[in-house]
Design a binder for this molecule. Structure first.
Ligand code: C2E
Ligand code: MG
Ligand code: MG
Length: 603
């Protein structure tokens, strides 16, 4: 083999290579140097290791790494790109990064990006991209141009941090700082924060609120019997039952173990609080099924009221806890107010409610009837059925004292059926007594819970049939709050009343939020103007004006008006002049027993 003669330049190069090779050997960077005529192959063990390390680092970093050629064609993506964008590597290689385009940045933005990197500078920005799934993600993006020795850009490398993940992490941290992990309720710290916020607001508006600390009776024994897992399940479900018993604006927290906190906002008096607590208790009357066994839980509760019992979370919770210990020391399944005076004052009310549970079965409810008349002729036009509780212990109790309780506990449904049955039977009795030719519709007040019942119409039809009265003898009164949320359903129910020939009055008009124009589509017969307007009809020009407006609007819509709570001659005469259609009130007649009503039916 003839040897090729080297030029001077080639020789020079070989020498330099040899020098470099010797240096590489000496420094330990390489193991072997291969032959003179082969290209200078250096088996660079260390280099290989270094590059492997580097590769693995880029592959495994949680940051986004994407390399494109100078035209923007993707040549490499690391695992983070696949994870964040949810595209597979093979779907991205050879494509352009505009595959991630979200439409959230304008043309200007991209122009600036390309101008920056093509001029050899690094581009930095928050970039909103779109995943394969269509979801958006946010990156803190850096694009660096890679240049050769001559400064020519041959690639771009984009590195980025996923801000979405950081956000989720932040959200998780925030969640833990606010909520109890087990139950998903607020934790004690955040609950206290909410109380302090409310206290600050309430101070300005002089409203009241209450803090209730709740403890599950004998929880430790339950835990011992059923184990911790079942115990945790009970804690979760108990929390849910509390939440389901209170209004949406009220807040519930789990403090620790089996202790909960309830923030009852916007209460007017201790009786309001009792109604809520009774509702919670009645929701705990049903058993909790654990391991196929029925477990019954009872609660002890302590209550403090803002501002009387403290104006900070610390004081209110502390005092509610004092009240809770007091409750536990009296007996389990019991609640106590921090202030002894309130306990004494409300005990009669509480006592009354305990008896109310049995009033229906003991047949202690009775119906009274208040007539209403034609405003001009004073002719009898209708009767309103009003319930009373004839308690052997408390005397004749008016509905304002017990209807809210019946509603809170759901007892209103059974009592409501009793009312409809009793009124229908009463109409039948009057007919049997020979008053049919003078009979007028008897209007029954329907609570929203009753009105929302799916089988209400079936029950009414059945009762009408069983008692054998004409549907025209029956009417119902509903208030605006009954239907304000679901006007479509109301329309359907009222339509079925109308078809049947049953009349409907809108009660207490003017106290809710609905306007006459939103009501006129509903098929009802009469509008009862709330007694609060009638009370000051002749002394407050604003009220006179409101009543004039209601009457004239109603007449334009072909609706009749009834004024409630007419107490004197002047009010009546004014209503006559204003052309109100009907009147009801103590001036004409108080609510009377069924027997007493007969004198109106005779004439
Ligand atoms: P409401 O339907 O607006 O009934 C009118 C209330 O005003 C009745 O009070 C009646 O006695 C009273 N009232 C009538 N005329 C006058 C007057 O001239 N002056 C004054 N100051 N008051 C007058 P009551 O019987 O205490 O009923 C209060 C509320 O309880 C009723 O308001 C109604 O919302 C509810 N309620 C009564 N009976 C029933 C019932 O059977 N079922 C349901 N769900 N609610 C009922
Ligand atoms: Mg009424
Ligand atoms: Mg009314």
């Amino acid at each position: 083999m003839s040897k090729k003669k080297l030029t001077y330049k080639e020789l020079q190069e070989k020498l330099t290579q040899a020098e470099e090779a010797i240096e590489a050997l000496r420094s330990g960077r390489v193991d072997v140097i291969l032959g003179e005529n082969c290209p200078l192959v250096i088996k660079a063990k260390h280099f290989e290791e270094e590059s492997k390390k580097l590769n693995a680092a880029i592959e495994q970093t949680s940051d986004w790494v994407l390399i494109t050629d100078r035209d923007g064609t993707i040549e490499y993506v690391n695992k983070a790109v696949e994870r964040i964008s949810e595209y597979g590597r093979e779907e991205l290689i050879g494509k352009n990064p505009r595959i991630f385009k979200s439409g959230k940045h304008n043309r200007e933005f991209y122009k600036n990006l390309w101008d920056t990197i093509c001029s050899g500078n690094t581009f930095n920005a928050i970039l909103i991209n779109r995943k394969k799934t269509g979801d958006l993600f946010e990156l803190h993006y850096t694009i660096t141009p890679l240049k050769d020795e001559e400064g020519q850009i041959h690639h771009f490398i984009a590195t980025a941090k996923d801000l979405t993940e950081q956000k989720i992490l932040k959200e998780q941290i925030e969640y833990i700082s606010k909520y109890d992990i087990l139950t998903g309720l607020y934790n004690r710290k955040y609950f206290a924060h909410e109380i302090d916020e409310l206290a600050e607001e309430a101070q300005k508006q002089t409203v009241k609120f209450a803090v209730v600390v709740v403890d599950i009776d004998r929880f430790t024994a339950l835990n011992d019997t059923f184990g911790f897992e079942a115990g945790d399940e009970i804690l979760k479900r108990a929390g849910r039952r509390i939440v389901n018993s209170i209004c949406a604006e009220c807040k519930v927290a789990r403090f620790e173990a089996d202790k909960y906190g309830i923030l009852l906002s916007d209460i007017e008096n201790p009786e309001d609080i009792i109604l809520v607590l009774e509702k919670i208790r009645s929701n705990f009357n049903n058993s909790f099924k654990i391991d196929n066994e029925d477990v019954f839980l009872s609660l002890s509760m302590g209550i403090s009221i803002f501002p009387e019992n403290g104006n900070s979370a610390e004081n209110l919770i502390k005092n509610a806890e004092v009240a809770l210990s007091k409750a536990k020391s009296v007996r389990l399944n019991n609640y106590q107010f921090f202030e002894e005076e309130i306990n004494i004052k409300t005990s009669e009310f509480v006592h009354m409610q305990r008896h109310l549970f049995h009033a229906l079965e003991k047949n202690e409810f009775i119906m009274h009837y208040q007539p209403y008349f034609d405003c001009q002729t004073r002719e009898l036009k209708g009767l309103e059925a009003l319930i009373r509780w004839n308690s052997p212990k408390f005397g004749l109790v008016l509905p304002g004292m017990f209807i809210p309780f019946l509603e809170e506990t759901g007892m209103i449904l059974e009592v409501g059926k009793w009312i409809i049955r009793t009124v229908c039977k009463q109409i039948k009795t009057w007919i049997n007594k020979g008053y049919e030719k003078n009979i007028v519709p008897v209007y029954i007040n329907l609570s929203s819970t009753q009105f929302a019942q799916k089988n209400l119409m079936d029950f009414i039809n059945e009762t009408i049939e069983q008692t054998g009265i004409k549907p025209e003898y029956l009417g119902f009164e509903i208030t605006e709050s009954t239907f304000i949320e679901d006007i479509e359903n109301t329309k359907a129910v009222l339509e079925s009343f109308k078809q049947k020939g049953i009349s409907v009055n809108i009660d207490d008009f003017g106290t809710g939020y609905s306007s006459l124009s939103s009501l006129w589509k509903l098929p009802f017969n009469n509008l009862k103007i709330d007694c609060s307007f009638i009370k000051e009809l002749t002394s407050n020009p604003d009220n006179t004006f409101i009543v004039i407006t209601i009457i004239s609007l109603a007449h334009n819509l072909n609706i009749k008006t009834i004024a409630e709570g007419v107490e004197n001659e002047l009010q009546w005469q004014t209503l006559r002049i204003l052309k109100c259609d009907m009147v009801q009130g103590y001036y004409f007649s108080k609510p009377l027993s069924a027997d007493e009503i007969e004198r109106f039916l005779k004439s």
